[in-house]
Design a protein around this ligand. Structure first.
Ligand SMILES: Cc1cc2nc3c(=O)[nH]c(=O)nc-3n(C[C@H](O)[C@H](O)[C@H](O)COP(=O)(O)OP(=O)(O)OC[C@H]3O[C@@H](n4cnc5c(N)ncnc54)[C@H](O)[C@@H]3O)c2cc1C
Length: 377
């Protein structure tokens, strides 16, 4: 089987397929894996899926246990109370993307039936009654029985097989930087899972990763356009300082340190969840099927859930039926979280005195309480 894309979705699916005794060839366009060193919050549902993949011990070793995040008022820095009381937010975990990626890759590489082809950028997909063929942009062809598009929000598989439109700029820009963990004392965040400062036009989320050694910081701001060629570029620290000029002193102090470490800007794009997730011998998962805004910190979690549900379906049903059942189980959930992530952006903008509006998706147990291992197929 061919998996296109060696991100979180592609690796999680490879592991699910290998666990079921399949032979997997994974094609990744990058010449070497070097996941950007940002942090990932893992939902309880993603943690269940990772445990099903056999990664519970690795997760216990590398991820920080969750505890309720604290929401701080934009200008005073006063802490609110709503989120601290929400049980499901305590069950999240935080991990560096590099650690999560390495955990998945190491586990997959233990299987003799796993082959990774780095430096392999897919340019086209052809399918016939007997198989599917992936063409790389250097002309190589790789044949298999099924092909999975885990190639992210700008998926070539999606474009080639489903002809869907490209994602659109959402008007949000994410700024990411990592500080030494002692910067966390500025946020008075001892004992807290994450600290979120939310205002009408910007937010700043900080939490420790890397076994407590690093403080992962993500600011999300508004912008009318995204002019850069790619999706990410070096950020200008002075521009970020200016956006946070009216924020509380701790947030300003953290943002002021961004210039001393690498500061990156990401244009945030999304698109409606694709209407069809499979066609013939090809299926989509992860951001290829549903790029979402990061306000619920759920994109990677959804990708891992997809991988486990798809793996379970293929293990129990013939391919056509498995793909139908996979799509039926996953599309409504992805659409719900896609919409909820947009709604959460508005909830942060309306947060007052450090408290979220009552109907914030982040407070909803339905979103976080899902179990991809047990959901009926
Ligand atoms: C600021 C920000 C913060 C976030 N925080 C969180 C969080 O806390 N928790 C969470 O769960 N999610 C979070 N997310 C979302 C999460 O990062 C994504 O949803 C997740 O990485 C999607 O994984 P993926 O494997 O589907 O896609 P990707 O990570 O995009 O991986 C796709 C892979 O495919 C490869 N590829 C692309 N095209 C080709 C091709 N043609 N041929 C071969 N290979 C190809 C790419 O090189 C890449 O390795 C955040 C996102 C952002 C922007």
């Amino acid at each position: 089987m061919i998996v296109i894309g060696g991100g979180i979705a592609g690796l999680a699916l490879s592991l699910a397929l290998l666990k079921d005794g399949r032979r997997v060839t994974l094609c990744e366009q990058a010449s070497a894996f070097s996941p950007v060193g940002a942090g990932i919050t893992l939902s309880p549902s993603a943690c269940k899926a990772l445990a099903w993949l056999g990664l519970e011990d690795g997760l216990a070793r590398l991820a920080e246990p969750g505890s309720p995040p604290v929401l701080r008022d934009w200008s005073t820095g006063n802490a609110g109370t709503t989120m601290a009381a929400v049980k499901h937010l305590s069950d999240t975990r935080r991990i560096s993307r590099a650690d999560l990626h390495a955990l998945l890759l190491d586990a997959a590489e233990k299987h003799l039936d796993f082959e990774v082809l780095t430096g392999s950028r897919l340019s086209g997909v052809e399918q016939s009654a007997s198989g599917v063929s992936a063409t790389m942009d250097d002309g190589r062809e790789i044949a298999g029985s099924l092909l999975f598009g885990a190639d992210g929000a700008r998926s070539v598989v999606r474009d080639a097989v489903f002809g869907e439109a490209a994602p659109e700029f959402t008007g949000y820009v994410a700024w990411r930087f990592m500080l030494p963990a002692d910067a966390a004392t500025l946020l008075h965040m001892a004992g807290h899972g994450a600290t979120i400062t939310a205002g009408p036009d910007a937010s700043l989320t900080c939490y420790t990763v890397g076994q407590g050694n690093l403080l992962n910081c993500v600011a999300i701001t508004r912008s009318d356009e995204w002019a850069a060629e790619g999706w990410s570029e070096r950020g200008d620290p002075a521009a970020l300082d200016a956006i946070f000029a009216t924020a509380h002193p701790d947030a300003r102090a953290l943002v002021a340190m961004a210039g001393d470490v690498g500061l990156y800007r990401w244009g945030l794009f999304d698109r409606p969840v694709v209407p069809r997730w499979h066609s013939g011998r090809v299926a989509l998962l992860g951001d290829a099927a549903h790029p979402i805004l990061p306000f619920l910190a759920f994109g990677a979690g959804l990708a891992i859930e997809d991988a486990v549900v798809l793996g379970r379906a293929l293990s129990s049903f013939p391919t056509d039926e498995a793909f139908d059942r996979y799509e039926a189980a996953r599309r409504p959930r992805a659409a719900m979280i896609h919409a909820a992530s947009r709604k959460q952006a508005e909830a942060f903008a309306k947060a007052k005195s450090g408290d979220l509006p009552e109907k914030s998706p982040m407070l909803s147990p339905e979103i976080f309480g899902h179990d991809p291992v047990a959901v009926p197929l």
